[in-house]
Ligand binder design. Structure first.
Ligand code: PLP
Length: 382
């Protein structure tokens, strides 16, 4: 199998599994228990929190462990909206967010909040000027992703953070597709709230982080005990937090060299596809992107058929985000970038990872060239 869908999920790194194992097998204590067995589990969680804080340039008290990206996004967006509703009811986001943010905003609209969904330009990013113009005295929250999961396009988050700060508006960024993938400390972006998810950086599924900058006040989504500073009730996933911290440390340790390596491989793939397949658009190709992601929109072919053709040859890729492949509608992200429905329907996302080698890229390019050619022949003969 050649796995080229790392934006959907990544395999658990064996070193991460080894770090987690003792907390399933030997020390399975409850971190809230006061006897030594529990205290040892608490120590592991707090050590993981400290490691994550150091890796992203925050404080341990700013790290809230969650069950993943979706929960972090929910806690950030719902939590901030609820806590700030006496100040205003306006939220600003973009039309290219992940459904974890988009559908949360829709749910808040049903509760009386007003949401502005900003457009993106053809390159796939939000223009800070347009964002600035959308703000009103009622605006309480801006939620804009760091990089898009389908195209890899990086949003001008630092600039957005400055605009938000100048107006005293809380800013959340979904960094699920950049944590461990881009060099630099995430907290330095200047956002008040930052979402991360371990299974995107070779950590365990079902674990995530919400960075909550000191001073940001949230209303919890889950109520119960006083775990995670009262922001996320429930017995901690001890092995999960240990695994998340280990995975993030490994990802950041390799990040600099991996970024360069993956960019080279991705560029090689795109150069071959451009040369050998007519009628293809590299979506977001002119923008700054995460180095592992390529969104290829093929004319006169159905992306889903291409993905199935690749699967027959043992290659895993996707048409867009894994969560929306069940939807027949073309990607909301590509539509927002100005692609016609038919063009968006022909999109295939390829996302590389730490085990991707040059030979994999060559093989995948060959199968893509053959599959797109064959599918086009079939449809032209109809
Ligand atoms: N946000 C983005 C940008 C994502 O790509 C994903 C997952 O694909 C999520 C949020 C949801 O994360 P999780 O799968 O951990 O719930």
């Amino acid at each position: 199998m050649i796995y080229l869908d790392h934006n959907a999920t990544t395999p658990l790194d064996p070193r991460v599994l080894a770090a987690m194992m003792p907390y399933w097998r030997e020390n399975w204590g409850n971190p809230s228990s006061s006897y030594r067995f529990g205290v040892e589990a608490r120590t592991a969680v707090e050590k993981a929190r400290k490691r994550v804080a150091e890796l992203i340039g925050g404080k341990p008290s700013e790290i809230i462990f969650t069950s993943g990206g979706t929960e972090s996004d929910n806690l950030a967006v719902r939590g901030a909206a609820q806590s700030l509703k006496s100040r205003g009811n306006h939220i600003v986001t973009t039309s290219i967010e992940h459904h974890a943010v988009l559908n949360t905003c829709k749910a808040l609209e049903a509760q009386g909040f007003r949401v502005t969904y900003l457009p993106v330009n053809q390159a796939g990013f939000v223009e800070p000027d347009i964002l600035a113009k959308s703000l009103t005295p009622q605006t309480i929250l801006i939620t804009i992703m760091h990089a898009n999961n389908e195209t890899g396009v990086i949003q001008p988050v630092e600039e957005i953070a400055k605009i938000a700060k100048a107006k005293g508006i809380v800013f959340h960024t979904d960094a699920v597709q950049t944590a461990g993938k881009l060099p630099g400390r995430l907290a330095a972006l200047g956002a008040d709230l930052i979402s991360m998810s371990a299974h995107k950086f070779y950590g365990p599924k079902g674990t995530g982080v919400l960075y909550v900058k000191e001073g940001a006040v949230l209303v919890p989504v889950l109520t119960g005990g006083s775990h995670e500073r009262g922001l996320r009730a429930g017995t901690e996933n001890v092995a999960g937090t240990v695994g998340l911290a280990e995975a993030l440390a490994l990802a950041y340790g390799a990040c600099q060299s991996e970024s360069l390596r993956l960019k080279e491989l991705r560029d090689r793939l795109e150069a071959r596809i451009r040369k050998e397949i007519p009628g293809v658009k590299i979506v977001g190709g002119s923008a700054r992107r995460v180095p592992n992601t390529s969104s290829l929109a093929f004319e006169n072919v159905d992306g889903e058929a291409v993905v199935l053709g690749l699967d027959l040859k043992g290659i895993c890729a996707s048409t867009g985000s894994a969560c929306s492949t069940a939807e027949p509608e073309p990607s909301h992200v590509l539509r927002a970038m100005g692609l016609a429905p038919r063009q968006a329907q022909g999109a295939v996302r390829v996302s590389l990872g730490k085990d991707t080698r040059y030979e994999d890229i060559e093989a995948a390019a060959g199968v893509l060239i053959e599959t797109v050619g064959r599918l086009r022949l079939i449809s032209s003969a109809r």
